[in-house]
Design a binder for this molecule. Structure first.
Ligand code: C2E
Ligand code: MG
Ligand code: MG
Ligand code: MG
Length: 280
């Protein structure tokens, strides 16, 4: 066995770091190309009114159709896009294309005037001072009403939110865009900011929903969370609903909206249009 060498770890660390840097710069180049050459694509997942079963909107979820590696899921490239700042361009692309898609559905009369599209916005995007102007331009260009756009923010960002974040959140609200806290209950929870942040909707994380139907205590817990959300005057949406039983429990507990594989997986725009015309 090799004798312990005090500095050996550094020798291993350096090439690894260099490799990571190289990989990053390759990814940056590739991501630029992806945006320019339309390798990105959006899938949409229905959001359902639990009381009526009506599809009230969709969430746009980005995928990357990589020329060599196939369809990449956001978890495999969003973190790096955030680290490298590419998320700003990527986020612009997502906003522009999801709002344009909504416009197209409106023009084809696939959806009514209340139908909304949800877009995920990461911390770095929120800290970009051009975000508000960008959103305003997209709404103006498409003629889509601001109230039909819902921006989803993660809880961690909302909690850590500094002045710039507040600036962006308030600016979006002034435009008339709705704000939603995503993944509520995933570890950054602070009850007090529910009242402080200018949000309209709270999306309860899948991890809280998955135990519903099997775990009696979990039911009480989710009921308490719903109570809290409603006490703050906010709307509740549950994500990760996978069974009819979970949907029914949530409906009974007064949760307004739901989303999950039970109602539909994220799918290309054409599939969503087909789903909507079947429903009506
Ligand atoms: P998220 O915003 O919480 O989105 C929900 C994720 O859960 C999606 O994964 C969706 O496919 C998945 N999901 C939906 N229903 C169910 C269900 O019933 N069961 C299970 N097991 N999973 C379900 P996806 O598409 O891989 O996205 C992962 C995350 O990547 C998103 O989490 C979001 O944080 C981020 N993301 C996706 N698109 C964008 C984007 O355009 N911009 C930014 N900044 N982040 C994005
Ligand atoms: Mg989301
Ligand atoms: Mg979520
Ligand atoms: Mg989530």
């Amino acid at each position: 066995a090799a004798k312990a060498q005090p500095h050996s770890s550094i020798k291993v660390f350096e090439p690894a770091l260099l490799y990571a840097r190289r990989l990053q710069s390759v990814m940056i180049t590739e991501m630029r190309e992806a945006i320019r050459e339309d390798q990105l694509t959006l899938h949409y997942q229905p959001v359902v009114d639990l009381a009526t079963g009506r599809i009230e909107g969709v969430e746009a979820l980005v995928r990357w159709n990589h020329p060599e590696r196939g369809l990449l899921m956001p978890d495999s490239f969003i973190p790096l896009a955030e680290e490298t700042g590419m998320i700003v361009d990527l986020g612009h692309w997502v906003l522009r294309n999801s709002v344009r898609q909504l416009r197209q559905w409106q023009q084809e009369q696939q959806v009514d005037s209340t139908f909304n599209v949800r877009v995920n916005i990461s911390t770095t995007e929120l800290q970009n001072l051009e975000l508000i102007e960008h959103v305003r331009d997209i709404l103006r260009e498409t003629g889509v009403d601001a109230s039909n756009l819902i921006v989803e923010l993660t809880e961690s960002m909302a909690v850590n939110g500094g002045d710039v974040d507040q600036y962006s959140l308030n600016g979006l609200r002034r435009l008339g865009v709705q704000l939603e806290i995503d993944d509520f209950g995933t570890g950054y929870s602070s009850i007090s900011y529910l009242r402080k942040l200018p949000v309209n909707v709270v999306k309860i994380d899948r991890s809280l929903i998955s135990g519903l139907g099997t775990d009696e205590q979990q039911r009480d817990f989710v009921a308490a969370v719903l109570h809290l959300i409603h006490a703050c005057g906010l709307k509740a949406l549950a994500e990760g609903i996978e069974t009819a039983e979970q949907a029914e429990i949530l409906r009974e507990m007064g949760c307004g909206s739901g989303q999950g594989y039970y109602f539909g997986r994220p799918a290309p725009a054409a599939d969503i249009a087909a789903l909507m015309s079947r429903r009506t």
